[in-house]
Design a protein around this ligand. Structure first.
Ligand SMILES: Nc1ncnc2c1ncn2[C@@H]1O[C@H](COP(=O)(O)OP(=O)(O)OP(=O)(O)O)[C@@H](O)[C@H]1O
Ligand SMILES: [Mg+2]
Length: 594
């Protein structure tokens, strides 16, 4: 059925077609190779450092055009505004052929906007400035046009269709076959070839929803390769990946580099950018601050200070814990998969969190952490839930989210776009969404109060936006995350479950969020922190539970924990997996989640 529908879609897409090769290409001015021009523009003359653009934005570009000997791409004087907000101001940016070029900057700095300009998401005419690709001026009016020139962007939020197979996704919009009929044999055969290239050992018939985020990222790259990518743009590809999957992805980028593919990598994981990038451009408030060159050496600290304009010596704010009574406890908590009957997702889990305590939950992707917390939060996930839940020592049954909120629980989802925010609503409505009663008088919303509340949180969490009336969907990823946090802080919970709260958040904002977490526990509230970033779990928690395969496999005091000990606990539990009952073993092995 699905395939037939897709086939029909494919036919429609085929008729619509894309831009013919070369469309949108205009001759660029010839490059200027005169050394005096290079000098006046502030460039070095040596070929290795001849970057074709000034290192500081305020230096003027050479009138006759920059040296482009090695550049595959140049973006010149790009300015982009959104209804009065300037997202990019005269940005000059160049990428050398065959390099991995990092882009870093705080949330809302303009990184994604710059890449959207490049890839035609924002069509020519909606911004000012020039794009020069292979020494030719280009104007892209659609994404298809940029793809025809070999530019492929993998967006911050993945764009795969969960209920289609890997093969179908790989060639979506780029189908194999004729205008009238998709050639499924060729589709799956070629798809298998691309999967092999990216090192993904999955059948191309597997549905996207059945593979984890790490594998989905590889599918996106395979999809890019299927489009003959020459310039691959990855917008925070590792934000939701664990360390092993991230490492795998970065290795793949290195391999692509050695085969001549140029990549642009946007990431908030600065250690990773520092390790892999040849050059790093730092953007702040829509302007290029500097481009750091590996040849001159750069460290994570260099990047941080360029990004935030000061050095950040301590990533985790200090706190003296004052830990009280047990606030929440679960005993023998068992949850089954809502779709695959009989498949166990959480297996006799026991854990607790005390007042004034931050409890970290560590584990690999698919360990069952999100499912566990969702099942506790008003049974929002799973079926046949058994076990006991105690709040302040009293056994409690929470059957709905409403009951959970009433009992002062809050859950900050890891999926801010899908489940966390109403993207078409303004910040103000999102902030008050979980507790509309607090801004209503006799069930009628007091608009003024709502705006005041939102303005207060906008200030408190430093949300970058035009006003509280800006749509949540138009905010940068990190600022959306802050709106989500505001929503749950406004609900005034006693127990806050934070699921990947700093995903896609810049280093400065992370610090702000950690400070907020500290102030919450200082008030005697309890925080459960799920995070795939081990330094975050280690840096913030008083106690850490390690989860694997739906079970708690270790409980560690913060002072006894380290990355090695956590990984060891996971690996040891993998070994004992074989000792489980036959039925359980089967369930554990087939279970996968995003
Ligand atoms: N469609 C839009 N309408 C209005 N403003 C927008 C829109 N898209 C982006 N902006 C604004 O432009 C600025 C740059 O946003 P952008 O998404 O490029 O930031 P970013 O550097 O990618 O941030 P992050 O690291 O959080 O992803 C932000 O202030 C954002 O609110
Ligand atoms: Mg972004």
């Amino acid at each position: 059925m699905l395939r037939a529908a897709n086939s029909a879609l494919g036919i429609l897409r085929g008729f619509r077609g894309g831009a013919p090769l070369g469309e949108g290409v205009v001759e660029a001015p010839k490059p200027c190779l005169q050394s005096k021009h290079l000098r006046t523009a502030g460039w070095n003359e040596g070929s290795a450092t001849c970057r074709g653009f000034p290192r500081k934005t305020n230096k003027k570009l050479c009138q006759k055009g920059p040296c482009m000997a090695e550049n595959i791409l140049e973006m010149r004087n790009i300015t982009k505004t959104f209804s009065g907000v300037t997202a990019l101001k005269n940005v000059n940016f160049a990428v050398r052929q065959g390099e991995i070029h990092g882009i870093v900057g705080e949330n809302g700095a303009g990184k994604s906007t710059l890449m959207n300009v490049l890839s035609g998401v924002y069509p020519a005419g909606t911004y000012s400035g020039e794009i020069i690709l292979d020494s030719k001026k280009c104007e892209f009016h659609t994404i298809k046009q940029s793809e025809h020139k070999g530019i492929v962007i993998i967006h911050q939020e993945l764009a795969l269709v969960p209920y289609l197979s890997i093969g179908e996704n790989l060639f979506l919009g780029n189908e194999r076959g004729s205008f009238l009929k998709i050639d499924w044999d060729a589709t799956y055969q070629e798809a298998d070839g691309f999967l092999e290239k990216v090192g993904l050992r999955e059948s191309s018939h597997t549905l996207i929803r059945d593979i984890g985020v790490g594998k989905q990222q590889l599918v996106e790259i395979a999809k890019a390769l299927a489009k003959n990518v020459r310039l691959l743009i990855l917008d925070e590809p590792t934000a939701s990946l664990n360390e092993t999957d991230s490492e795998h992805l970065l290795d793949l980028l290195r391999e692509l580099r050695s085969s001549g593919v140029t990549s642009i990598l946007i990431s908030h994981k600065l250690g990773e950018v520092a390790a892999i990038a040849d050059n790093i451009t730092v953007i702040r408030d829509g302007e290029v601050i500097t481009t750091l060159d590996k040849q001159n050496g750069f460290s994570e600290e260099d990047i941080v200070s360029a990004m935030v304009g000061r050095s950040l010596s301590n990533r985790f704010p200090k706190r003296v814990p004052q830990i009280g009574e047990v606030a929440l406890e679960v005993k023998d908590w068992t949850v089954y998969h809502p779709l695959y009957g009989g498949q166990i997702v959480c297996n006799k889990v026991n854990f607790n969190v005390r007042k004034g305590e931050v409890v970290g939950v560590s584990g690999l992707m698919g360990a069952g952490r999100t499912e566990l917390m969702l099942s506790i939060f008003g049974q929002s996930y799973g079926v046949d839930i058994s076990g006991k839940l105690f709040l302040n020592g009293r056994e409690t049954v929470l059957k709905t989210v409403r009951e959970a909120i009433k009992n002062k629980l809050a859950y900050v989802t890891e999926d801010r776009k899908g489940n966390g925010l109403v993207l078409s609503n303004p910040i103000s409505k999102n902030v008050t969404l979980a507790r509309m009663d607090k801004v209503s008088i006799r069930q009628i919303i007091d608009k003024e109060l709502e705006l005041r509340v939102a303005a207060e949180y906008r200030k408190k969490l430093n949300i970058k936006s035009v006003s509280v009336l800006q749509e949540a969907g138009s905010l940068s990823g990190g600022n959306q995350q802050k709106v989500l946090l505001s929503k749950w802080m406004f609900a005034d919970p006693e127990i806050l479950i934070l699921d990947e709260p700093t995903r896609g958040i810049d280093v400065g904002a992370k610090f702000e969020i950690y400070t907020i977490i500290n102030s919450l526990v200082a008030e005697g509230k309890s925080v459960i922190l799920i995070s795939s970033e081990m330094p975050e779990v280690l840096g913030m928690s008083d106690r850490i539970y390690v989860m694997n395969d739906g079970r708690i496999v270790a409980e560690l005091k913060a002072e006894d924990a380290s990355q090695e000990i956590i990984m060891r606990a996971i690996l040891d539990s993998e070994k004992t997996k074989g000792e489980k009952s036959e039925g359980e073993k089967m369930k554990g092995e087939t279970w996968q989640t995003n």
